[in-house]
Write a protein that binds this ligand. Structure first.
Ligand SMILES: Nc1ncnc2c1ncn2[C@@H]1O[C@H](COP(=O)(O)OP(=O)(O)OP(=O)(O)O)[C@@H](O)[C@H]1O
Ligand SMILES: [Mg+2]
Length: 203
């Protein structure tokens, strides 16, 4: 049996048989990379944030790059698309995502800065992650082995940190992972995560 083992900093192991990309491909069920429907054009204001343009769209939300003029930085604003803002189920999911991400603090997980609402519709203010999603990277073909292993290790580190806080992502797939131009992984989208409520203390 040919196998590759990725060992994370704290010893978690991912074992892969056959293909070096099996792990990443197994996480991919439906990369969502279509253009955003853009109900919020450039210039739209979310409190102190001004939309600059779309970043991506998922099955449940749309994400925009926005400017925080007060702090002089750009952020990612994640909103429910108009058709879902009346759904108690999706609103609850959004609130849960905010609480879950707020409970996590790890360099491989996109951070939550704030949660607020615009005309009663909630939005998340997230760390802006530059670069491409893993789904976009894989569209160009298989990654070199060393790079694939490095990305898998970083993903595993993020997952391990979440598990240590009692959080299970439950929707880990390439479109929910971004890779910055310097090669840093940021796991996104804890909208479907479960939280057991039991966690080990932060160190
Ligand atoms: N913090 C961020 N920085 C940059 N781009 C982001 C960020 N968060 C999300 N995106 C982009 O927006 C896309 C959709 O975001 P996200 O996966 O959070 O939405 P979703 O609707 O919950 O997705 P899903 O269909 O997986 O449920 C991502 O694939 C990514 O391209
Ligand atoms: Mg997603």
């Amino acid at each position: 049996m040919t196998g590759i083992t990725v060992r994370t900093k704290a010893g978690l192991r991912f074992e892969e048989e056959g293909s070096k990309l099996a792990l990443c491909r197994a996480m991919s069920s439906n990369p969502s990379l279509s253009a955003p429907r853009s109900p919020f054009p450039p210039g739209t204001r979310f409190g102190p944030f001004e939309v600059l343009g779309p970043l991506g769209v998922g099955g449940m939300s749309e994400v925009y790059q926005a400017r925080d003029a007060r702090l002089g930085r750009d952020v990612a604003i994640k909103v429910l698309p108009p058709g879902l803002t009346d759904s108690p189920e999706y609103l609850a999911r959004f609130e849960r995502e905010a609480r879950v991400v707020a409970s996590l603090n790890h360099p491989n997980i996109a951070a939550l800065y704030a949660v607020d609402d615009r005309d009663g519709v909630p939005y998340l203010v997230l760390e802006l992650v530059p670069g491409q999603t893993l789904a976009e990277l894989l569209e160009a073909g298989p990654l070199p082995l060393v790079r694939a292993l490095d990305l898998c290790r970083q993903i595993a580190d993020a997952v391990e940190a979440a598990h240590a806080r009692g959080v299970v992502h439950r929707d880990l797939k390439p479109s929910n992972v971004k890779v910055t131009p310097s090669g840093m992984v940021k796991v996104l989208d804890f909208g479907g995560a479960s939280c057991t409520g039991t966690s080990s203390p932060r160190t």
